[in-house]
Design a protein around this ligand. Structure first.
Ligand SMILES: Cc1cc2nc3c(=O)[nH]c(=O)nc-3n(C[C@H](O)[C@H](O)[C@H](O)COP(=O)(O)OP(=O)(O)OC[C@H]3O[C@@H](n4cnc5c(N)ncnc54)[C@H](O)[C@@H]3O)c2cc1C
Length: 477
């Protein structure tokens, strides 16, 4: 796989292959089973993979995928098991990597689904255009961005990724390629549908005009959760991008203390003479990669507590108009290749949920539970979502979303997170499927009200269940 593709096999843990007889017959053109995980490196399963280079090859691959079905995989940045298919087939879509057209007048790009947002940034920034939505890593594909209907720090104003997709081509279970627009049910089922309606081959995306590749950033500290929510409620609308880092180990009066970072693309006039010479340069830096073998337990309560204390205190109480590189503002972790290895061989769980406006008490209770439990999480962020998105399984809803990383080896983690799921569901919220590897299926329908429509559409469009993943089996999607 290319350098920016999926992470190395997750761990030395023996890989569980397909449960149940009979063993699938070898498939023409497919390699031997390889272990795959999501970015959290938990739950490895083995699948045969194939990297189609054209729509025809993808269609052939799906026809010959065998009884355990197929799922598309992009750059493997979903944290859980969404892009895995135990004992079945996985199509590595990064081979479909052509940018077909850029309309620099209208700000439109037509590209294959395997093109990464990193590549689009390199191509489009010099032309004065930026992707409409970027997650916390630019190493995701356009197909993965549609499959999870990803959101960014601008969700409160811009919605999620598929709001900016004008059209895409979908390879469906009957072998047809359908061109879909936001008016089609199949478009809305695919937006956030985790690859289960078919394979996105190509998309047309509307871009955002920018004058520079720098960000103008305001930073402030919030002393606790109430202070943070009050600041975000009062003034998020003045910023295109907003996100807060939360110290989840802080307790008592300091519970929820945070660093709030908000900003927008810097206008040309904000640049000094030197930077103004190449205002649209895109040069993200990179540190050496984290080694393959990191001992377990590096990130414990003590080390993360020290980090969090330092991070909070090092942040300015209030600073405005700081110019930052785009990569530093949006994708700081991309500068440390394979940073997910820091959690050691057992990997980590990323837990992300949203609760609506009016459910602030539930958010507060959950944060208190996490801080009382002493979850050693240093990557914890709170965002304020805007209006929900049309995708039937799209994650965002108006309200508050918290995402945190937790080492998978933490004793009692499963039962602890089950308890949080129940609190989230009772508050009318939901967990994010692109991050999930452990949710119990019985909570899903309460969390995703359009789940029945999604299942009905899948049953009609894919009666043989060609498109399937570990996530789909686990949650009966
Ligand atoms: C550091 C980091 C930060 C992140 N921050 C955010 C964030 O801020 N917001 C957010 O929303 N997400 C975030 N994510 C999650 C990530 O954006 C999504 O999981 C995204 O889907 C990953 O894209 P990918 O190309 O790696 O797809 P994969 O992880 O390989 O696959 C993800 C899903 O998309 C489907 N898929 C992939 N390609 C296709 C295709 N061609 N056709 C149909 N389905 C397809 C897969 O079947 C799977 O269900 C983050 C992940 C990381 C590692």
């Amino acid at each position: 796989m290319a350098a920016e593709t999926a992470p190395a096999p997750a761990s030395p843990t023996p890989v569980s292959t397909a449960p149940g007889p009979p063993a699938p017959a070898p498939l023409a053109g497919w390699g031997p089973p390889v272990p795959l995980t999501g970015w959290g490196r938990t739950a490895p399963t083995a699948a045969r993979t194939l990297r189609p280079r054209s729509a025809e090859e993808a269609a052939r691959a799906v026809r010959g995928c065998g009884a355990r079905g197929a799922i598309a995989r992009g750059l493997g940045r979903a944290y859980g098991d969404a892009a895995q298919n135990a004992g079945g087939a996985v199509l590595d879509m990064t081979g479909l990597d052509r940018v077909h057209a850029v309309d620099a007048e209208q700000g439109l790009v037509v590209c294959d689904a395997g093109v990464s947002l990193h590549r689009l940034m390199r191509l489009l920034l010099p032309l004065g255009w930026f992707v409409p939505v970027t997650p916390g890593t630019r190493y995701v594909t356009v197909g993965g961005a549609i499959g999870a209907d990803i959101h960014g720090k601008n969700h409160h104003g811009a919605g999620s990724f598929c709001r900016h997709v004008r059209t895409f081509d979908l390879l469906t279970a009957d072998g047809e390629i359908r061109t879909l627009t936001p008016d089609d049910d199949l478009f809305r089922a695919t937006a956030g549908g985790m690859g289960l309606t078919g394979i996105v081959l190509r998309a047309t995306v509307k871009l955002l005009p920018v004058e520079t590749s720098l960000m103008s950033v305001d930073t402030e500290r919030a002393r606790d959760l109430d202070d943070l929510m009050a600041r975000m409620t009062a003034s998020d609308h003045r910023y295109r991008y907003s996100v807060a880092w939360i110290d989840l180990l802080a307790r008592s009066a300091a519970t929820g203390r945070s660093v709030l970072t908000r900003g927008d693309h810097a206008p040309l006039a904000a640049l000094g003479p030197r930077a103004a010479r190449t205002p649209l340069a895109f040069r993200p830096g990179s540190l050496p990669a984290v080694p393959r073998h990191v001992p377990p337990g590096l990130l414990g309560r003590g080390s993360v507590g020290l980090f969090n204390e330092f991070w909070y205190r090092a942040a300015p109480r209030r600073r405005t108009g700081e110019l930052q590189k785009l990569s530093a503002f949006f994708h700081p972790l991309d500068g440390l290749p394979h940073w997910n290895r820091i959690y050691g061989p057992r990997g980590f769980v990323q837990y992300q949920f949203v609760v609506g406006h009016g459910a602030e008490d539930a958010l507060r209770r959950i944060i208190e539970r996490i801080s009382r439990r002493g979850c050693p999480s240093f990557l914890a962020v709170l965002k304020r979502f805007g209006a929900g998105d049309p995708g039937w399984l799209s994650f965002p809803m108006p309200g508050w979303t918290l995402a945190l990383d937790i080492p998978a080896g933490l004793p009692g983690l499963g039962a602890f997170l089950d308890g949080l799921d129940e609190e989230v569901a009772a508050a009318g919220g939901r967990v994010y499927l692109a991050k999930d590897s452990r949710l119990r299926p019985e909570l899903l329908a309460a969390m995703y009200p359009r789940l029945a429509d999604f299942r009905a559409l899948r049953a009609a469009a894919d009666p043989r269940g060609v498109f399937v993943s570990d996530l789909a089996r686990r949650l009966s999607l």
